[in-house]
Ligand binder design. Structure first.
Ligand SMILES: *[C@@H]1O[C@H](CO)[C@@H](O)[C@H](O)[C@H]1NC(C)=O
Ligand SMILES: *[C@@H]1O[C@H](CO)[C@@H](O)[C@H](O)[C@H]1NC(C)=O
Ligand SMILES: *[C@@H]1O[C@H](CO)[C@@H](O)[C@H](O)[C@H]1NC(C)=O
Ligand SMILES: *[C@@H]1O[C@H](CO)[C@@H](O)[C@H](O)[C@H]1NC(C)=O
Ligand SMILES: *[C@@H]1O[C@H](CO)[C@@H](O)[C@H](O)[C@H]1NC(C)=O
Ligand SMILES: *[C@@H]1O[C@H](CO)[C@@H](O)[C@H](O)[C@H]1NC(C)=O
Ligand SMILES: *[C@@H]1O[C@H](CO)[C@@H](O)[C@H](O)[C@H]1NC(C)=O
Length: 350
């Protein structure tokens, strides 16, 4: 209307009404106030056109919400969700497969409680925020109804194929050496929410959990040496005490460790049969072959302590070398202060 202001009009059919704008017009100048009533009449006659237009716009907006915004919202919510691992078991290892049990909480900060289809997730080692170049394994994630605040996610005794032995070795090394380990599960799945259309979403979630932290606190207890045993025959028995601060159960197989000292180099070997560590404190029987003269020569004569360095040299399960666990146990040597005086006393029963 205001656009018409000041413009002359010769529409003699104009019916002036009480519209304020019209009254403010200069006297003597006919205004196009009739336009409004024209609109009114038009509306009255063609109300159904407006209704249809309204419906179409409403539909377009609704469809945009459902087909454009909803997938974005769904993806956003999937990104916000995260997996908190409560239990891991790596059992029956071979060079091709591992038997995996993984119990986790799927935390759902979203307003919705959608269902995610079962999908194959690639597991990547994440080091300082950088993904490994290949996936370690693929895990078939079960269908999940993402309830609030979390839902349980369980993979039980799933035989998973090893994707990349180097990445598995890097992962196992991180598990043994690091205080915290980061891995990501990546995959595509379908999200269902009520009657809304099914949306494809990308799952890409990094979880952080505790590792074995360099086997800190490793110790040997009840060590006995058979002083009369001939060379090359196992002459030592004892228990390896291994604290496991993580939620991981790891079965390796028959593990052989080398024992060395700074003074004399290799002074012996130790083996642990059917090495399995569970969360908490582990006491594993071990046998070993120690060169007694080299141990005594490495001992500090005033304290009676020999400072051993322990390193994994072989991990054999059912006759097969597991190179990834060998890499993990061989990556770092673990210090162990052995009280030789105590061992000798215990061994002789004095
Ligand atoms: C990761 O970061 C730590 C600390 O900043 C560093 O010591 C380590 O070398 C880094 N590791 C890799 C693989 O970049
Ligand atoms: C997953 O996220 C990381 C960064 O957080 C990114 O580098 C990677 O490309 C993502 N992968 C996929 C498949 O989206
Ligand atoms: C190792 O075990 C011995 C015997 O049980 C104990 O006296 C010693 O304090 C332990 N050492 C460490 C570092 O835990
Ligand atoms: C020590 O070794 C000798 C020779 O092998 C053997 O006869 C003896 O039984 C062993 N003692 C113990 C306590 O194992
Ligand atoms: C211990 O090591 C020394 C030096 O390497 C060697 O001469 C000796 O034969 C070894 N003793 C046994 C019992 O293996
Ligand atoms: C460990 O070694 C023993 C003796 O050689 C063997 O009987 C056993 O089967 C081995 N265990 C595994 C898991 O390979
Ligand atoms: C080693 O054991 C002996 C005998 O039991 C004991 O007297 C000594 O204090 C111990 N040394 C250390 C450093 O624990």
């Amino acid at each position: 209307m205001s656009l018409d202001k000041g413009l002359p009009t010769n529409d003699s059919q104009n019916k002036f009404d009480n519209n304020e704008q019209i009254e403010t017009r200069e006297a003597g100048r006919p205004a196009r106030g009739g336009a409004l009533s024209k609109v009114k009449r038009h509306c009255a006659r063609f109300w159904w056109v407006h209704l249809i237009i309204f419906c179409i716009i409403f539909l377009i907006i609704a469809l945009c919400l459902v087909y454009v915004a909803m997938p974005k919202i769904a993806q956003h919510d999937v990104n916000a969700a995260n997996i908190e691992v409560t239990e891991f078991k790596f059992e029956n290892p071979t060079m091709e497969t591992i038997l995996l049990t993984q119990r986790a909480k799927l935390n759902n900060p979203s307003l919705y409680t959608p269902t995610l289809d079962s999908f194959a997730a690639a597991s990547y080692l994440v080091t300082n925020g950088t993904f490994g170049p290949a996936s370690i394994i693929h895990v078939q994630m079960p269908e999940a109804h993402a309830t609030k605040p979390y839902s349980k996610q369980e993979v039980v005794n799933q035989e998973v194929k090893i994707d990349d032995l180097d990445q598995l070795a890097a992962f196992a090394t991180a598990v043994v050496s690091d205080e915290y380990v980061h891995t990501a599960l990546v995959g595509k799945t379908k999200l269902h929410l009520g009657a809304l259309p099914v949306v494809e979403v990308t799952f890409n979630d990094t979880s952080t959990y505790k590792g074995l932290n360099g086997l800190k606190g490793l110790n040997v207890t009840e060590v006995r040496i058979n002083i009369t045993a001939p060379a090359g025959i196992p002459n030592m028995v004892g228990n390896a005490f291994i604290p496991n601060p993580s939620v991981m159960t790891i079965e390796m197989g028959n593990v052989t460790l080398s024992l060395s000292t700074a003074e004399k180099g290799l002074v012996g070997t130790a083996s642990i049969s059917d090495f399995v560590i569970v969360p908490g404190d582990n006491v594993l029987p071990m046998t070993g072959t120690l060169n007694q003269s080299l141990i005594l020569a490495s001992m500090d004569p005033t304290t009676g302590i020999a400072n051993l360095q322990i390193k994994g040299t072989s991990v054999i399960n059912n006759g097969v070398h597991l190179t990834y666990y060998e890499a993990a146990l061989g990556a770092n040597s673990l210090p162990l202060a052995m009280n030789v005086t105590q061992v000798v006393r215990d061994s002789l029963g004095i």
